[in-house]
Design a protein around this ligand. Structure first.
Ligand code: HEC
Length: 275
């Protein structure tokens, strides 16, 4: 596996990645790498991960999507979002100005708090500011609410802004995490999802990172439930025998921010289904 993964392409990319100068040129280089590597994939299709590459799996997935396994999660998320009344009498609608169409507004960099705010963080911030307990971040109710909100931002364009010193710093931290090797197997995200994208690793085909944030949350058959993007990050950390981080840790938030910026211009299409 290592021999295949550490290909010449990877080394070239990594060297050029290392000298990328600023977010805008990072993004152009990142996208061009994938456009050149997969000229047959229509640009807008990168949001479909592995199913943009493998026709047989795409067919099976399209059949699954006719009766999507995340349907129940959406229904439950709708009830949770619209019918929860906090102990002070307020509700989620008091925190989310765009109501059920709010997912498109995340993630963003909050200058006052000097941190990246993701949708899931905003959900818990809302709860806590109204006297409620926060929800668990990787699965359960938060993923259901996220699924409901994702559904109502389908087709919206990912448009993450990175400007100002503090935001650029968060972006740089996310980028650094993405390119750093970790775990007993000593792999970085870039090794699998850039250099080796399209290649097989055991029974899996590695998806390109471009578009990676668009389809979340996802129902995974492996999980038997719906989970957030940070749950997926944790899974990828575990695969290389690195310790997964907490959901909404600074590193994962910055990673989400970096990956979202890389996918600017693509459409949100969550929730989705994965193996
Ligand atoms: C050893 C290889 C490997 C490494 C390293 C790795 N992943 Fe993955 N990742 C996979 C495999 C296998 C899958 C499932 C097939 C696919 O969609 O690529 C996956 C899936 C994903 C998905 C879901 C894609 C989708 O379409 O739903 C995301 C997001 C992701 N990885 C992000 C990351 C991030 C971020 C890192 C670094 C922290 C990382 N991965 C590191 C192997 C890896």
């Amino acid at each position: 596996m290592c021999l295949r993964i550490f290909s010449a392409t990877f080394i070239c990319c990594f060297l050029s990645c290392a000298v990328w100068a600023d977010p805008a040129s990072d993004q152009t280089a990142f996208k061009n790498y994938f456009y050149n590597k997969f000229p047959e994939i229509p640009v807008g299709d990168f949001i479909n991960g592995v199913y943009a590459i493998d026709q047989k799996r795409r067919q099976q997935w399209l059949e699954i999507e006719e009766f999507p396994p995340y349907g129940i999660a959406i229904d439950e998320g709708e009830i949770l979002f619209n019918e929860t009344v906090f102990s002070d009498g307020s509700s989620y609608s008091d925190c989310f100005v765009d109501g059920k169409r709010s997912k498109k507004n995340y993630p963003y960099f909050d200058v006052n708090r000097n941190t990246v705010v993701t949708l899931e963080l905003a959900i818990n911030d809302c709860r806590v500011s109204h006297g409620e307990q926060p929800l668990k971040y990787k699965t359960g109710d938060i993923a259901k609410i996220s699924a409901y909100l994702a559904l109502h931002s389908r087709g919206e364009i990912i448009e993450v802004e990175v400007s100002g010193e503090a935001a650029i710093n968060a972006y740089e931290q996310g980028k650094k995490y993405y390119y750093s090797k970790r775990g007993q197997l000593n792999f970085a995200c870039v090794d699998c999802h850039v250099a080796s994208s399209g290649m097989r690793i055991r029974a899996e085909i590695l998806s390109p990172s471009l578009g990676h944030v668009s389809n979340f949350p996802v129902y995974r058959f492996k999980w038997g439930s719906i989970g957030t993007l940070h749950r997926r990050f944790s899974g990828c950390n575990s695969q290389v025998r690195a310790k997964p981080l907490a959901g909404q840790s600074e590193q994962y938030k910055n990673l989400e921010y970096f990956l979202s910026y890389m996918s600017n211009g693509l459409k949100f299409n969550g929730p989705s289904t994965r193996r």
